[in-house]
Design a protein around this ligand. Structure first.
Ligand code: NAD
Length: 496
């Protein structure tokens, strides 16, 4: 039995206590087990990371960046193996796994620029003979808690920059697909990160709570569902930690009557059904402005969704793999049944779908609903599966009001040829990441990623410039060197 343990102080360690099975979602078979850390095991990792901090924070940023350059190269060299691990435990098709890894590597590339990003600010003569500067110092031990849907990319949003900034790090990956983060984490040691600077502790709620309660962890980055994000944010804050907690989503695409509808259908197929809809930036609601647009979009989508190539992710030519677990399969199938009961029109039904030879895999076909309304559960809930809901409205403003009233505000997109409409939309919509004819507007690594409303708790977004601010704290130093022997007298007035 393949056991995925913990990686503490540069060594794999197992406390031989609690474990959870790991599955291949394409076959439903158990392929391994992952260790679930106790509070004590987490504290071991914290102690090691705390001990490693003084030397690491004093290591010149350029030396830290040079390790990141080597790490990037190792990720490129091992890309095929990493993608196999991603597909084996997550189920996503190989091309999609490669896309995920590529976007993760871009964050390592950005972290290679840490010496430039940490340069700080300097002012000469802020007063007579007085110079001031602000520098960005690392926080100490920081932790990252990550979701199942991007087991390579989301951890890479966090620790390359945290470490490049001089922090030491504890990663708690998703217990559902822990092999890729473990493999990648060990490459960091090979790249030259000293033992103790980067540690992986696998686990469940017990481990997360231990992270949130540990007095020596200064900051926590979380990505996952909104209820847990909110929990992590409030508990972490109550315990005095800096927390950024990215949550769930329900991303709408608005299709205007002047849009290039053939391209819209192509774009919607990838954005709604890619990765089986298990992306926080997936488009799950298509808002058609006018019945003519809706009729054409729905007609074209219906045949395309029915023809999706669905199968094991490692097989060539598949467009969509299985869902992550049997439990998630049942949740998504249940929501489809809800939608039918609530009166939405199910045009393509993905339930009762199976792949020959993989009958025990968690395969669900693509589903397409028309005439969805905002009061329905399938509209309100993040389904996180291959289900696209079409909503019909009569104007751009109605579409925007609907989006603004939704609990989530992660991503959105408008398809149009009208620059004025696009500008109005991107200017006014209450959503953090906006696409104009771009269905998945995931910011590049040198911008930052974050939603609005209940899609992000905290002030700073993930990766990019915000991550430099999140993983450091500002110190401002004001300095003068009086000539020796010259008395300058006492001043009781506030210095100005
Ligand atoms: P999840 O919330 O179930 O799990 C995320 C992490 O929290 C995991 O490491 C898990 O072990 C831990 N966790 C789970 N239950 C917990 C509990 N009760 N107490 C403490 N910790 C707990 O999320 P998931 O199912 O792994 O991932 C899918 C979700 O993540 C979706 O909602 C998706 O939208 C969201 N997501 C958001 C973003 C973003 O950037 N906003 C990116 C990716 C995924």
């Amino acid at each position: 039995m393949n056991t995925i343990t913990h990686f503490i102080n540069g060594q794999e360690v197992d406390e031989q206590a609690r474990y959870q099975d790991v599955y291949n979602p394409a076959t439903g078979e158990i392929t391994g087990r992952v260790a679930l850390a106790s509070k004590e095991k987490l504290e071991d990792a914290v102690a090691v990371a705390k001990a490693a901090f003084p030397a690491w924070r004093s290591t010149p940023p350029l030396k830290r960046a040079q390790i990141m350059f080597r790490f990037k190269q190792l990720l490129e060299d091992n890309a095929a193996e990493i993608c196999n691990l991603l597909t084996a435990e997550h189920g996503k098709v190989t091309d999609d796994a490669m896309g995920e890894l590529r976007r993760g590597i871009e964050n390592v590339e950005y972290a290679c620029g840490a010496p430039e990003l940490l340069k700080g600010e300097h002012s000469r003569n802020t007063g007579p003979g007085i110079d001031s500067w602000s520098e960005f110092q690392p926080l100490g031990v920081v932790a990252g808690i990550t979701p199942f849907n991007f087991p390579a990319m989301v951890p890479l949003w966090m620790y390359p920059m945290a470490i490049a900034c001089g922090n030491t790090f504890i990663l708690k990956p998703s217990e559902r697909d822990p092999s890729a983060p473990m493999f990648i984490g060990k490459l960091l040691k090979e790249a030259g990160v000293p033992d103790g600077v980067f540690n992986i502790v696998n686990g469940d709620k017990e481990c997360v709570d231990a992270i949130l309660e540990s007095p020596d962890i200064q900051a926590v980055s979380f990505v996952g569902s909104t209820p847990i994000a909110e929990y992590v944010y409030s508990k972490g804050n109550a315990n005095g930690k800096r927390v950024q907690a990215l949550g769930g989503a329900k991303n709408h695409a608005i299709i205007m009557p002047d849009a290039d509808l053939d391209n819209v259908v192509d774009a919607l197929m990838g954005a709604a059904y890619g990765s089986c809809g298990e992306r926080c930036m997936a488009i799950s609601v298509a808002v058609c402005v006018g019945d003519d647009v809706a009729n054409q979009i729905v007609g074209d989508l219906k045949s395309r969704v029915s023809e999706l190539r669905i199968g094991p992710g490692l097989e060539n030519g598949q467009e969509m793999g299985p869902l992550i677990t049997q439990q998630h399969y049942e949740k998504v199938a249940g929501l489809i049944t809800n939608g039918v009961n609530e009166g939405a029109k199910l045009l393509v039904d993905g339930r009762d779908f199976s792949v020959a030879g993989h009958e025990k895999g968690y395969f669900l076909g693509g589903s397409l609903f028309d005439h969805v309304t905002p009061d329905m559960e399938i509209y309100k809930t993040e389904i996180f599966g291959p289900v696209l809901c079409v909503v019909r409205v009569d104007s751009l403003q109605t579409a925007m009001d609907m989006i603004d009233n939704h609990e989530y505000g992660n991503g959105t997109c408008i398809f149009t040829r009208d620059g004025g409409a696009a500008r109005y939309f991107s200017d006014h919509i209450n959503v953090g990441m906006v696409g104009v004819n771009v269905p998945l507007p995931v910011p590049a690594a040198y911008h930052s990623f974050g939603g609005w409303k209940r899609s992000l708790f905290g002030d700073l977004s993930a990766y990019g410039p915000d991550s430099v601010r999140f993983y450091t704290r500002r110190k401002t130093i004001t300095q003068r060197w009086p000539s020796s022997g010259v008395r300058e007298g006492t001043q009781f007035a506030f210095p100005s």
